[in-house]
Design a binder for this molecule. Structure first.
Ligand SMILES: Cc1cc2nc3c(=O)[nH]c(=O)nc-3n(C[C@H](O)[C@H](O)[C@H](O)COP(=O)(O)OP(=O)(O)OC[C@H]3O[C@@H](n4cnc5c(N)ncnc54)[C@H](O)[C@@H]3O)c2cc1C
Length: 363
């Protein structure tokens, strides 16, 4: 009998297991993979606050410029906060930390289903050895965007965006984001420097065509892909709780989910160890820590999607405010940038409008 059964040994699952184990809980963690972190689907681009939490040793690159391209032009933003981390090493480090605190890890083991039995849950796990029935006080779904725990709890799925990424054998010194919605109607395409290689990727229905068009003459070192959940969902039900991508906590504007994966695990572990009614405490504290930003981010995305046809208005507004965006811009808190833009609107709108009108009216 365990205190907690954690499904998924990605960053969310290993971190919540570490946090619970160090507080004295008996934790079992299972993952269907053979090796922790492999294959890796993620670009590993984070704000430095993630590095502060997980360690400098994981940093592979420190790009200083993010070049944003739109159909109307390109503008460079600069930041000393961006870091590219070794995602496989992150997963392995967090898993080792959880195990060193006593969490029991089973690889090549997947969750088939679980059900409530009085005050605990009984889960059916499948491995090469066959089926195993495990009892625990609670179950934590850290099993990523297509979460089986979420499905078993009867919680609705967020929208899942197919994403594809190729690693190219060339160096680059900057992050590039292409917001041309003609090419990537559901999201955007990206380029992220990663030491001696460069990752190129895109999300959405035609992501493969987009990524292939970005390859150029460089050779492809590896191809990988995954799903990005868009739109947060419920954090749990009964004795089942969700963290990270299983709860749809990736940012709807950028797809970045590592900060939320770690943060949600910390919040859930505190709610469990504080006793009392876990779910309302988890929901309330998550809302206070980062949940409100995840929701704001989802709303920003909906606004951007709705006003996409006014793209030509956004471009001059943003390009007229590059210095300010460099100052306030924060990849984990896009709402800071939006608020800054809205705040500066009365002062900038005349020039933005001027450019908009000049761009729109044929000469
Ligand atoms: C192409 C791409 C690029 C990305 N780039 C970035 C980026 O640059 N920066 C950033 O912050 N975020 C990025 N993300 C998002 C980031 O990868 C996720 O937010 C992060 O992986 C979430 O961690 P997690 O632990 O919740 O889920 P995951 O990392 O998906 O881990 C889930 C684990 O559960 C296991 N599992 C699944 N089902 C079962 C089951 N039934 N039984 C047992 N085990 C199971 C899986 O094997 C996996 O190990 C990217 C995502 C994609 C798709």
């Amino acid at each position: 009998m365990y205190d907690a059964l954690v499904i998924g040994a990605g960053p969310a699952g290993s971190n919540v297991s570490y946090q619970l184990s160090r507080k004295g809980f008996k934790v079992r963690i299972v993952d269907l993979k053979e090796n922790i972190g492999v294959p890796n689907h993620c670009s590993g681009l984070v704000d430095r606050r993630v590095v502060d939490a997980v360690g400098e040793d994981l940093v592979m690159d420190r790009p200083q410029i993010a070049e944003i391209s739109t159909p109307l032009g390109t503008f460079p933003l600069s930041s000393d906060r961006m870091r590219v981390i070794d995602r496989v090493a992150l997963d392995q480090k967090l898993s080792a930390m959880a195990q060193s605190e006593g969490a029991e890890l089973s690889l090549l083991t997947s969750l088939t289903e679980f059900h409530q039995k009085e005050r605990s849950i009984v889960a059916t796990l499948k491995s090469k050895k066959g089926f195993e029935y495990v009892e625990a006080d609670l179950i934590i779904g850290a099993d990523g965007p297509a979460s089986a725990v979420r499905r078993n709890l009867g919680i609705r799925s967020p929208k899942l965006l197919k994403s594809l990424q190729f690693d190219l054998s060339r160096k680059s010194d900057r992050v590039k984001i292409n917001l041309d919605r003609e090419k990537t109607p559901d999201f955007f395409s990206w380029e992220v420097p990663n030491g001696n290689e460069t990752e190129i990727g895109a999300s959405g229905t035609n992501c493969e065509t987009v990524v292939r068009s970005m390859v150029g003459k460089d050779s492809i070192v590896r191809k990988r892909g995954g799903l990005i959940p868009i739109g947060p969902t419920t954090l749990g039900r009964g004795s089942g709780f969700l963290v990270g991508d299983a709860a749809g906590l990736s940012k709807a504007t950028t797809g970045g989910g590592l900060y939320a994966a770690l943060n949600s695990g910390n919040t859930l572990a505190s709610a469990i160890s504080n006793g009392g009614d876990i779910l309302p405490n988890y929901q309330r504290n998550w809302q206070k820590s980062f949940g409100a930003e995840v929701k704001r981010d989802y709303n920003i995305r909906r606004i951007l999607d709705r006003f996409e046809k006014y793209y030509s208005l956004w471009f001059p507004l943003i390009s007229a405010n590059v210095t300010g965006i460099n100052r306030v811009g924060d990849v984990d808190y896009p709402s800071k940038t939006l608020l800054y833009l809205l705040y500066s609107l009365p002062f900038k709108i005349p020039s933005a409008l001027r450019e908009f009108v000049t761009e729109s009216v044929p000469s």
